[in-house]
Design a protein around this ligand. Structure first.
Ligand code: GLN
Length: 483
């Protein structure tokens, strides 16, 4: 059977059960496809050698009519900052090129328990610091819609591989937009759940108080399927919620009318092509009978400064473990001389990471702590209070996911401030901990545009139900044509 790689996770799982094709055939086709096109896209850092073997094992289970898991056979790509037992996990950092974790992250064990197949590990910005997937030690990932353009980031490999049908779904991590930004730039769906919904055990930390693991897929239904597998309490991550709210359903029927709020400041700060598209999707929602109004968020101007201050402070502390003693690079210096060990580390972190460690250490210094770090935390609280008030009468906040269209690889690379500014719309959800999703909504010529929907914390089910409706009314679904 041809083009098994183009199926959704839902289709794969139901059709292998019916015996329409074997999981081995499907995985084989995906591996062939990766072989044929990944040279142009460079989404993969490592392809899992055991994928076919695992596929055969699940096929045998099906043949013997044994019970199989809900994700049986579905090929999942994994961002390379999520630990996979015996498969190298590099964070796209020279320091971890040889690191093979001795354990699986909780999300990986949960996928394996449900008979999903880990197809490989995907490219990112080093330690997930960036918005373009250009800052990793394996080189940039290319946009499947035009390989001269950036793919977004930092989960660029996770979005590009799904857009190019090199895997069926993937996992990314989102600290300030790293799932939603590349999802928007590649025209796929990317979901960042409420903080604490998905275990971070085995996610190599960048900024713990902001980040969450979440799925990327070609349809909202596949996102739902993945969330049912990966979410829920984990005794290895005590920030995970106990509530059993994670019985997500695909149902798009809503019990009460949904009130949408379009965030004025985020529309005004966007490329006019993007804001026009957002307004026309609001028209589509209106014609379908939904009510919306423009709302204002006053503290939004400070959110980016607050985000980068907190993220860098946490990063400087998290990355202290790469001291070449606990984790690091096998440099085999002459003897165990202190200076040579530490200079090896310095020379093997990329420039962006080094910069963030330095700024992060600076804002935590006793003389600067209250001036920068504490102030950033105060802004975070104010923003939270302001958004919480809005959620008393608004159910879903809408904005463009990204204020800009995908740009050419390398463009503005020497202007870090400009690069940081493109995260303006996404960091809000991380600072507050609320769920947010990016849904493909249109194109400017060949360049994708995504729209972001956000809901109050723990309203993930509501957000996914509304997303399903939005996808049907205003969403677009196309395949990149160069592939
Ligand atoms: N671009 C943001 C940053 O560099 C977000 C990254 C992320 O979400 N991992 O911090």
């Amino acid at each position: 059977m041809n083009e098994l790689w183009s199926l959704s996770a839902q289709q794969v799982s139901s059709r292998v059960r019916n015996g329409d094709f074997t999981i081995e055939d499907y995985v084989f086709q995906l591996l062939e496809r990766i072989n044929a096109i990944d040279d142009k896209i460079k989404a993969f850092i490592t392809v899992n050698d055991d994928a076919l073997e695992t596929a055969r094992k699940i096929d045998t289970k099906i043949k013997r009519q044994e019970t199989i898991g809900p994700l049986a056979g579905v090929a999942v790509g994994v961002k390379d900052n999520i630990c996979t037992k015996n498969i190298r996990t590099t964070c796209a950092s020279k320091l971890l090129h040889e690191y093979k974790p001795p354990f699986d992250a909780t999300v990986i064990s949960r996928l394996k328990e449900r008979d999903a197949i880990i197809i490989g590990k995907l490219n990112l910005d080093e330690f997930a610091m960036g918005s373009t997937t250009e800052f990793g030690s394996f080189g940039p990932t290319h946009n499947p819609w035009d390989p001269n353009y950036v793919v977004g980031g930092s989960s660029g490999g996770s979005a590009a591989s799904v857009a190019a049908s090199e895997c069926t779904v993937s996992l990314g991590s989102d600290t300030g937009g790293s799932i939603r930004c590349p999802a928007s730039f590649c025209s796929v769906v990317g979901f960042k759940p409420t903080y604490g919904s998905v275990s971070r055990y085995g996610l190599i930390s960048y900024s713990n108080s902001l980040e969450q693991i979440g799925p990327i897929a070609r349809t909202v239904s596949d996102i739902v399927m993945m969330m049912n597998a990966i979410s829920g309490h984990d005794e290895n991550d005590n920030t995970t919620h106990f509530q059993k709210m994670y019985e997500f359903s695909d149902a798009s029927d809503l019990k009460k009318p949904v009130r949408f709020g379009l965030v004025k400041e985020l529309i005004e700060g966007s490329d006019p092509v993007i804001s026009r598209l957002v307004y026309s999707s609001m028209d589509l929602l209106s014609s379908a009978g939904f009510k919306w109004e423009e709302i204002s968020l006053n503290s939004i101007d400070y959110s980016l400064a607050s985000y980068y201050t907190i993220a860098m402070a946490e990063a400087s502390s998290n990355l202290a473990r790469y001291d070449n003693l606990r984790y690091g690079f096998d440099c085999q210096p002459e003897g165990y001389e202190w200076n040579s060990y530490f200079s090896t580390i310095r020379n093997n972190f990329g420039d962006e990471v080094k910069k963030r460690i330095m700024i992060g250490s600076h804002v935590l210094l006793s003389g600067y702590y209250s001036k920068y770090y504490l102030k950033a935390q105060k802004i975070r609280s104010i923003l939270r209070q302001e958004v919480k008030k809005l959620f008393k009468y608004i159910d879903i906040l809408i904005s463009p996911t990204m204020p800009v269209l995908p740009f050419r690889l390398g463009e503005g690379i020497d202007n870090p401030m400009k690069r940081y500014l493109i995260d303006a719309n996404t960091v809000i959800a991380n600072l507050i901990g609320i769920p947010a999703i990016s849904i493909p909504t249109g194109f400017n010529d060949k360049l994708p545009i995504g729209v972001q929907l956000m809901a109050d914390e723990m309203q993930d089910q509501l957000l996914l139900s509304v997303s399903k409706i939005y996808e049907r009314i205003a969403g677009v679904r196309r395949k990149p044509d160069f592939i």
